[in-house]
Design a protein around this ligand. Structure first.
Ligand code: ACO
Length: 322
């Protein structure tokens, strides 16, 4: 039996930090409202010209360096994003060339905020099947490029960033289980309904902006994540007490707290970065993972439960031994 194992992590954030106080100057909001509703205190925002691919490249370089793996050794790159640099080639191809990993398989996955979890699930299957030996999995976004800075309901929620992991084939887990799901019936609760084939609009930013029914998204997210973590434990043959850390998608502290409660986990065993990064969509879970590893919280041999929920709706998880 072949398993996949995370051998190293990396991440990248834009330099510019925008605090809640900064947003008070551009929309009718308050630090107090944002903090109590979401847990967010600040977010990083990409500079003009700084792209998803730039952040992904930096995160990937850091992960490869930490792994002691040369780019030329990679046989797969999977990149989760909903904000690719350009329509094609994929951002995975752009990053592959910059890393010097030319020749290996490389593609993007669009599963909105669950993009990294989907990418990890796919790369795990490539390794388990024997198709790949060393894979780079990235979650990267410049979601603020979609933000309407005049709309207080959404503009306070998002940030930019990227995280990456290097996966390697191993004789022991590694990844015990991944679960991937989607329900396109919910598309209109969280979406961006313009694009190449549907057409753009004669509106600011060509009509590109995040549309979200926040309260409904919140409710479905809590309920869905509740059953997702149960399913994941079952798939891995574990119970709550065997999970050392929950590393959740960082959209809203209240959603995170609800999932922790479902797992009977105290918040001391939950990695929280939403206060500093806000919701970076596909970037969120690998950014939180890299923070957890580099800060020394997560140790080798511990069991981690990773999960995400996003537009589609999509939801996905992984239970792994780090
Ligand atoms: N500042 C001040 N007031 C605001 C703001 C703001 N930024 N945004 C909305 N309000 C007002 C509303 O207008 C409303 O006013 P009203 O009562 O006079 O009508 C009031 O605050 C309450 O609005 P709600 O939308 O009901 O507030 P809620 O407590 O549901 O919080 C939030 C909103 C934070 C969006 C929450 O519903 C949420 O987190 N939902 C999950 C959605 C999410 O996280 N989406 C991100 C992408 S999806 C994902 O990754 C999970």
């Amino acid at each position: 039996q072949i398993y996949s194992r995370i051998i190293a992590t990396g991440s990248a954030l834009p330099e510019r930090v925008v605090t809640n106080a900064d947003l008070e100057k551009i929309v009718d909001t308050s630090d107090e409202w944002i903090r109590t509703r979401t847990g967010i205190r600040q977010r990083h925002i990409a500079a003009d010209g700084e792209t998803t691919g730039d952040l992904a490249f930096r995160a990937a370089q850091q992960a490869l360096e930490a792994a002691g793996v040369k780019a030329s050794e990679l046989d797969l790159i999977v990149l989760g994003t909903t904000t690719p640099d350009i329509i094609f080639p994929s951002t995975a191809c752009l990053v592959q060339d910059r890393l010097g990993a030319n020749g290996c398989a490389a593609f993007d996955v669009n599963a909105a905020c669950s993009g990294f979890m989907y990418a990890l699930g796919i790369a795990d299957k490539f390794i388990k099947s024997g198709q790949s030996k060393k894979a780079l999995v990235i979650g990267a976004e410049t979601l603020t490029r979609m933000v309407d800075w005049g709309e207080r309901e959404t503009c306070v929620l998002f940030g930019d960033g990227a995280g990456a992991v290097v996966l390697e084939a191993a004789s022991e887990p590694g990844i015990y289980a991944t679960c991937l799901h989607a329900d396109g019936g919910y598309k209109e609760l969280l979406w961006n309904p313009v694009g190449v084939s549907a057409g753009f609009k004669d509106e600011p930013n060509h009509g590109v902006r995040i549309r979200m029914a926040g309260r409904e998204v919140f409710k479905v997210a809590v309920k869905t994540l509740d059953s997702l973590v149960g399913e994941t434990l079952q798939a891995a043959g574990m119970d709550e007490s065997q999970v050392d850390w929950l590393i959740p998608h960082q959209a809203n502290l209240r959603i995170i707290e609800a999932t922790a409660k479902r797992l009977n986990m105290s918040m001391e065993r939950v990695i929280v970065t939403v206060d500093k990064h806000a919701n970076t969509s596909s970037g969120s879970v690998p950014l939180a993972l890299d923070y957890a590893v580099r800060s020394g919280k997560v140790q080798r041999g511990q069991n981690l439960l990773l999960e995400a929920f996003g537009g589609g709706f999509t939801w996905a998880s992984a239970l792994l031994r780090y």
